[in-house]
Design a protein around this ligand. Structure first.
Ligand SMILES: C[S@@+](CC[C@H](N)C(=O)[O-])C[C@H]1O[C@@H](n2cnc3c(N)ncnc32)[C@H](O)[C@@H]1O
Length: 257
């Protein structure tokens, strides 16, 4: 017995994968987190499919429904926002399902971190500037492990993507400054990336907290921080070796001048 967890993408119903959409269209039972997955996408399910919103359900209830339906021979899918592998809380579902001998297939999705980078027109890894992206969250009611405090992560000076942190910008600014970041470090915020009411706010570490307040952003926002977000990056001389004519690799021999 198997159920499928599908990454729905960040919001725009066209951003689900072809494989994910096929599974959704074939499903007899669809469970989805209603506040974060577009209704328009869920409407792609068969008219006779049983569709359940999970926001009001607790974990055991959700798992019980999935196990019961799959035991009845139905095709069950659980639709998650973005990519299920980041802050998807899927592991707790998978372990309960596995205990009941239900296996789980996972179909990846476009995470909001990449949809937000696209909305900002940004590349998160810029040659000679940073080659690393840290995906994390600021510590609020949910604790983060001792070795993953924002101040320590920020010391890497790479691009940092902050999920679930829209109400914690004061803390973010404090921690980044303490790690040695300059006040004018660019920060890009995307509220509801790819939804019709998407909002883009370009800010700096110094102005981030005020800009979030002025724009009324308190949830569903991706905060991308670091010099890769510099709007003037195009005018600077950062070039990847991949397309450098002097640089050879497996697919292209060097060009002789
Ligand atoms: C529970 S996490 C789920 C993340 C999801 N698995 C992903 O890959 O995007 C929810 C957080 O993801 C971010 N998020 C999800 N969808 C978003 C969107 N469309 N635009 C901006 N941020 C989004 C926000 O930081 C939000 O607080």
């Amino acid at each position: 017995m198997e159920i499928t967890i599908i990454g729905a993408g960040p919001g725009d119903p066209d951003l689900i994968t072809v494989k994910g959409l096929k599974k959704l269209e074939e499903a007899d039972v669809v469970l989805y987190a209603d506040s974060l997955v577009s209704e328009e996408l869920i409407e792609r399910a068969k008219p006779e499919a049983e569709v359940m919103k999970t926001a009001g359900m607790h974990l055991e209830e959700m798992v019980e429904v999935m196990v019961e339906r799959v035991q009845q021979g139905k095709k069950v899918v659980r639709v998650h926002t973005g990519d299920p592998a980041v802050y998807g809380a899927i592991m707790e579902q998978i372990s309960l399902l596995n205990k009941q001998e239900v296996h789980v297939e996972i179909i990846p999705g476009v995470s909001s971190v990449f949809a937000s980078a696209a909305a900002l027109g940004a590349e998160l890894t810029i040659p000679d500037l940073t080659q690393t992206v840290i995906l994390t969250r600021a510590e609020g009611r949910t604790p983060v492990p001792e070795t993953e405090k924002l101040r320590d992560l920020a010391k890497h000076n790479c691009t940092v993507a902050l999920f679930l942190s829209a109400t914690l910008t004061k803390k973010i600014v404090r921690e980044f400054l303490a790690a040695g970041w300059s006040k004018d470090t660019p920060v890009g915020v995307v509220y509801k990336a790819t939804w019709p009411d998407q909002k883009i706010v370009r800010s700096t570490l110094e102005n981030l907290d005020d800009d979030m307040r002025v724009n009324g952003i308190r949830k569903q926002a991706m905060i991308l921080a670091g010099w890769a977000l510099d709007q003037d990056i195009h005018s600077k001389e950062f070039k990847s070796k991949l397309y450098d004519k002097e640089f050879t690799h497996g697919f292209r021999k060097g060009v002789k001048q």
